[in-house]
Design a binder for this molecule. Structure first.
Ligand SMILES: NC(=O)c1ccc[n+]([C@@H]2O[C@H](COP(=O)([O-])OP(=O)(O)OC[C@H]3O[C@@H](n4cnc5c(N)ncnc54)[C@H](OP(=O)(O)O)[C@@H]3O)[C@@H](O)[C@H]2O)c1
Length: 181
């Protein structure tokens, strides 16, 4: 099964300046829990964003000898660059080889598409399930989740939450969509 996992604002923003312009700890933890033990496929730009690729720096600011990957999951990075340094991650040059690596990895019964937008667009027709966190706020950004076609996708489960980020109250909804056709 292929599942997409993403967080977006009310106006479909998922990123700005190659990062995510918000941080909701509970959502980060849910994403970690859902994807742990499963292969995750991500685009090169998303990988650069989450791996501190350009600086190779850890959270303590110290220099790393290789880019960071997310632990406990086979990290598969899609890029046309065959020389890309991916650390513990596995490089795939096309969708077919990404899926082949994922299908031969632990937890392959559910393969997660981890973003960014180019991957969401490429995989939305192949996916069986969407895990979407939708913020009840319009947020400025430069990269968007594709439109969800209501005749193809139905919400199977929805949970509403409120959290506080600094002084702001943030309302968001966690939705699971399944494909109906
Ligand atoms: N809110 C969320 O849930 C969420 C989740 C993930 C990411 N994001 C955000 O999304 C943004 C990044 O998205 P993006 O669309 O700009 O970039 P992306 O999807 O992360 O990466 C795009 C790159 O992936 C490679 N790629 C994609 N499809 C490929 C294919 N079929 N074969 C070979 N290589 C392929 C190419 O790399 P090369 O150019 O090296 O060939 C392409 O330039 C960032 O702002 C990030 O923070 C948000």
């Amino acid at each position: 099964m292929i599942s997409i996992i993403a967080a977006m604002s009310k106006n479909n923003v998922i990123g700005k300046g190659n990062t995510i312009p918000w941080h909701i700890t509970e959502d980060y933890q849910r994403t970690k829990k859902l994807t742990m033990g499963h292969p995750i496929i991500m685009g090169r730009k998303n990988f650069e964003s989450i791996s501190s690729f350009k600086s190779f720096k850890g959270s303590d600011g110290k220099k790393l000898d290789k880019p960071k990957t997310l632990p406990g999951r086979t990290n598969i990075i899609l890029s046309s660059n065959s020389d890309l340094e991916t650390g513990e991650g596995q490089l795939a040059n096309n969708i077919e080889s990404a899926l082949e690596i994922a299908n031969n990895s632990p937890g392959s019964e559910e393969i997660f598409i981890f973003g960014g937008a180019s991957l969401y667009n490429e995989f939305i027709d192949k996916a069986d399930k969407l895990y979407l966190t939708v913020l009840d706020h319009e947020i400025e950004g430069d990269i968007f989740f594709p439109e969800i076609n209501d005749s193809i996708w139905k919400i199977e489960k929805s949970q509403k939450f409120v959290t506080r980020v600094l002084e702001c109250e943030i309302r968001y909804e966690f939705r699971i969509y399944v494909k109906v056709v």
